[in-house]
Design a protein around this ligand. Structure first.
Ligand code: CTP
Length: 406
């Protein structure tokens, strides 16, 4: 499965280091070659002898071999690896990686490496939640490093919360998936619209909706991690992805999103429109604040916005793939099918407001994907980043593989 793949595991000082021999064994059993680099404090939690026996390779800890004065080349280790996994990554080493401090072999290997780096933090819940740790995570992500989020559960301290190292089986699955998909979208240009739009009424008020943008941002990250160049056109959201392959274009109104999206669509191979675009906008935007007491009731006149997705459906050229979303509260399948046909889409991702835990404001989503030929694939409720992976898998399988199934 991973025959010939070269995996470097970097272990730091965390109690979760006891799980790494299991992870290492999974890689070896599946044909990968593994080298281990440890920080000196990692040796307090798991022995180098265990790791060297399982990896059938020496374990690297210090930049120099004190016995014979020879040098361990961090450059060679960094360029040997197809992939580096920092697991468990302590708050201390994470801070070093984020700031370029190289006071041990592992941090020097990290700085010298050219391959993709995955990092799996493990620490106590309060350390994990601290703004400084969160800022360091974002910094590593901005370098293109891929976060393997810790899970929630009982921690070594006895506290409960986020900070548990992801289980070895899951880390192994993430890395195996990466190897099978990493370059699958290389060379593709993908346009994604995401988040809400806001339509101003006066200088202080606007009409908007509850979209957090999490679904669109998750799709952008998933596409970029498979090698696509992504243009993410987003309304105002709390958090935007930072990734070398994602260009973010921030907009406020539906008409600004229309302008940017239509421009970007002309160059896109694939467009996925996940934004919750306002269907109506005020006819008049007042330049002074609307004062209370002018009357008992207030009518705001609205006019329809332009449908961005439908416009892209009209402009679509042979070879371009256009994917829409449908947020429905009733007669979901029929309404989604209508949108699929009237907007000239290749497929549509249906969200039902009837499904608990799905849609706006949730970390999870439950979708069905409907195809032009009338078939529908239904998915379970799952985290939005996994839904994003399902959507990209669906597009790859139906529209990009050689034996295109439509
Ligand atoms: N959409 C768009 N521009 C608009 C409105 C919607 O690009 N002005 C896109 C959305 O991004 C989504 C799809 O159209 O991909 C369907 O959006 P949805 O809100 O479900 O439906 P609407 O087309 O707006 O129709 P309705 O509100 O009547 O269900």
């Amino acid at each position: 499965m991973l025959q010939g793949k070269k995996v470097l595991i970097g272990i730091t000082g965390s109690i979760a280091a006891y799980k790494i021999p299991l992870l290492l064994r999974l890689f070896i059993r599946n044909g990968a070659q593994v080298k281990v680099v440890m920080t000196p404090s990692a040796c307090d939690f798991v022995t180098p002898l265990t790791l060297s026996t399982l990896s059938q390779s020496p374990v690297y800890i210090k930049p120099f071999n004190e016995a014979d004065g020879s040098w361990t080349s961090h450059i060679e280790l960094g360029s040997w690896a197809d992939i580096i996994i920092m697991a468990p990554l302590s708050a201390n080493t994470m801070a070093k990686l984020a700031t370029g401090i190289t006071d041990n072999l592992l941090s020097a290997v990290y700085l010298a490496a050219r391959c993709p780096v995955f990092f799996a933090p493990a620490m106590d819940v309060d350390m994990f939640n601290h703004p400084s740790t969160q800022a360091n995570i974002r910094t590593l992500q901005s370098f293109g490093n891929i976060l393997i989020s810790p899970s929630e559960g009982e921690l070594a301290s006895g506290l409960h919360g986020f900070g548990r190292l992801e289980e070895p089986e899951n880390i192994f699955r993430i890395i195996s998936d990466y190897f099978s998909k990493s370059a699958s979208l290389k060379g593709k240009k993908i346009l994604i619209t995401s988040g809400p739009t806001i339509e101003p009424l006066d200088p202080v008020r606007f009409i908007s909706n509850h979209s957090s943008g999490l679904m669109g941002c998750s799709i952008a990250i998933e596409a970029a991690s498979r090698g696509a160049k992504v243009t993410l056109i987003s309304g105002p959201v709390k958090e935007l992805p930072v990734h070398p392959y994602i260009e973010v274009v921030s907009i406020n109104t539906a008409s600004e999103m229309f302008e940017e999206a239509v421009k970007a669509f002309r160059k896109a191979d694939i467009a996925i429109m996940a934004a919750a675009v306002a269907d109506f906008t005020p006819v008049n935007v007042l330049d002074k604040k609307i004062k209370k007491g002018i009357s008992e009731t207030l009518a705001i006149e609205l006019k329809a916005t332009q449908d961005i997705l439908a416009e892209c459906g009209k402009l679509k050229k042979t070879g371009q793939i256009l994917v829409g979303f449908a947020l429905e509260s009733d007669d979901e399948m029929n309404n989604a099918r209508k949108k699929l046909h009237t907007k000239n889409l290749d497929c549509i991702v249906l969200n039902s407001l009837q499904d608990k835990g799905a849609g706006f404001g949730h970390q999870t989503n439950k979708v069905a994907i409907l195809n032009k030929n009338g078939t529908a694939r239904h998915y379970e409720l799952k985290p939005k980043k996994d839904v994003a992976s399902d959507i990209i898998d669906y597009i790859s399988e139906h529209f990009l593989s050689n034996n295109n199934k439509q």
